[in-house]
Design a protein around this ligand. Structure first.
Ligand SMILES: C[S@@+](CC[C@H](N)C(=O)[O-])C[C@H]1O[C@@H](n2cnc3c(N)ncnc32)[C@H](O)[C@@H]1O
Length: 376
C-alpha cells in the first residue's frame, strides 16, 4: 500500500502530550485527544512507531469513525469501510468493544454486529459464499463508541508496548515501563548527567533511562502482531530495524544508579538490566534512602517511593519523604522528581514543588512532584 494511513498511539491519561512529542520527533504531525494521539503517516510508520514509542500504550490503525445510534447504522457504516485494504483473505479478526455514554450500550451486540459487517464485506471482496477461513495473520479489531461516536481500529502492536521483553522479575508495585519512560522524558535529564533512583524496585526507571540515554529503541527486543501482515512490505520492517541499529549510541557513557532497601529487588533489577542488554551500564546497590550520599553535582533523582497506602504504612512513608527532603536540601544543584500518592508529600519533604503534574499509576491517582535544581 502506498497511500497514507491514519494511526492512533494510545496514551495513559495525562501522558498524551508526552506521546505526541514522541510522535512528532518521529516526523509525523500529531493531534491530541483524550487518551490518544492521532496522526497521518505512510505505512512505514507502523514499524517505526511500534519500535520507537516509549510512552505510548499501543499503536492502532484507524479504519473509520462515524456517528451511530442504531445497530443498522453501525452495520452499514462498518461494512462501508475498506476492510479489504487491511485484512487479508485468510486473516483472523476477533472484535472487542467498549461503549461509554452512548445509545448503543450493549458491547456484546456491538461486537457481533461489527464482526458480521466486516465478514460480509470481506466475503464480497474475496468471493466467499460460506465462512471466511480465519486461519491466517491476526487483526484485532476494536469498536469504541463514545457519545455515539464510533471509532474502528485494528491493533498493530500485539501485547502492549510496555512489554519491552526485559522484565523477568518484579516486586509488589512495579511501574509500567511506558510510565517510567514518560517520567524520565518529563525531565531535562541528558545522558551525561548523573541519574539515581533511590527506590528502584525492579529497576524500571534506571533501565528506561539507560535505553533513552543510548537511544536504544524500546521495542528492539520483542515482536509485534503487524510483523505478519502481508500488506506491510518486509522492506519497511527491515528499514525500521536498520534505523534502530543506526541510531543506537552504544558508546554513550552513562552514570545511572538504582538503589533499594531490599536486596532481593537489587538482584531482580540486575537480572532485568542484563536481559535488556544493559548489564554493565547501570550500577545497583542495596541501600536505604536515608543513607544516600551524593558526591556529584547537577544530578537527577527520579523515584517512585512507597506511597504508604496500606494501613499502618503511612507514617513510615512520611518519614522516608522527610529524611529524603533533608538530604536533598544539601544538594541544590540536583533536580528531584518524585511520583507519589500522598497528600502531604510537600509538607513532609519540606519544600513546595516547582511544578506538579497529575498522573495515573495504574488506577492510583498520583502527583509527579518536580523540583528543579540550580545547575552550575
Ligand atoms: C513502589 S516500589 C518501586 C517500584 C519500581 N519503580 C519498579 O518499577 O519496580 C518502592 C520501592 O521502594 C523500596 N523502599 C521502601 N522503603 C525504602 C527506603 N527507606 N529506602 C529505599 N528503598 C525503599 C521498596 O523495597 C520498593 O522496592
Amino acid at each position: 500500500m502506498s497511500q497514507n494511513i491514519t494511526l492512533i498511539a494510545t496514551a495513559a491519561m495525562g501522558l498524551e502530550s508526552v506521546v505526541a512529542s514522541e510522535v512528532k520527533q518521529l516526523g509525523y504531525e500529531a493531534n491530541v485527544e483524550n487518551g490518544k494521539v492521532i496522526f497521518n503517516a505512510p505505512v512505514s510508520a507502523i514499524p517505526r512507531c511500534n519500535l520507537w514509542l516509549r510512552s505510548a500504550d499501543r499503536v492502532k490503525l484507524h479504519v473509520g469513525r462515524f456517528k451511530t445510534e442504531t445497530f443498522d447504522d453501525l452495520f452499514e457504516a462498518t461494512k462501508a469501510l475498506p476492510w479489504e485494504n487491511f485484512i487479508t483473505e485468510e486473516g483472523k479478526f476477533p472484535v472487542s468493544g467498549k461503549s461509554v455514554k452512548s445509545t448503543l450500550h450493549s458491547v456484546p451486540d456491538c461486537q457481533a454486529i461489527v464482526k458480521k459487517a466486516i465478514a460480509e464485506k470481506l466475503k464480497l471482496k474475496y468471493g466467499f459464499a460460506g465462512n471466511l477461513p480465519e486461519t491466517g495473520g491476526l487483526y484485532k479489531v476494536e469498536v469504541a463508541i463514545h457519545k455515539d461516536d464510533a471509532t474502528l481500529t485494528i491493533d498493530t502492536s500485539g501485547s502492549g508496548l510496555h512489554k519491552r521483553g526485559y522484565r523477568i522479575g518484579q516486586g509488589d508495585a512495579p511501574l509500567k515501563e511506558t510510565l517510567a519512560a514518560a517520567l524520565i522524558m518529563l525531565t531535562n535529564w541528558k545522558p551525561d548527567y548523573p541519574l539515581i533512583d533511590p527506590f528502584c524496585g525492579s529497576g524500571t526507571i534506571p533501565i528506561e533511562a539507560a535505553l533513552i540515554g543510548q537511544n536504544i529503541a524500546p521495542g528492539f527486543n520483542r515482536d509485534f502482531t503487524s510483523e505478519d501482515w502481508k500488506w506491510i512490505k518486509n522492506r519497511y520492517w527491515d528499514e525500521a530495524f536498520e534505523e534502530v541499529e543506526d541510531k543506537a549510541n552504544y558508546s554513550q557513557k552513562l552514570n545511572i544508579t538504582g538503589y533499594d532497601i531490599d536486596h532481593r529487588m537489587i538482584e531482580i533489577s540486575k537480572e532485568n538490566a542484563t536481559e535488556a542488554g544493559l548489564g554493565d551500564l547501570i550500577s545497583w546497590k542495596q541501600m536505604q534512602a536515608n543513607d544516600l550520599v551524593l558526591r556529584e553535582q547537577n544530578g537527577y533523582l527520579i523515584g517512585n517511593p512507597p506511597y504508604g497506602q496500606r494501613i499502618g504504612d503511612k507514617e513510615a512513608a512520611g518519614e522516608i519523604y522527610s529524611e529524603l527532603g533533608k538530604i536533598m536540601k544539601k544538594h541544590p544543584t540536583w533536580s528531584i522528581y518524585i511520583l507519589a500518592a500522598f497528600d502531604a508529600f510537600e509538607q513532609k519533604f519540606g519544600q513546595k514543588a516547582t511544578k506538579k503534574r497529575k498522573l495515573f499509576n495504574g488506577f492510583i491517582q498520583t502527583n509527579y512532584y518536580q523540583y528543579f535544581g540550580r545547575k552550575q
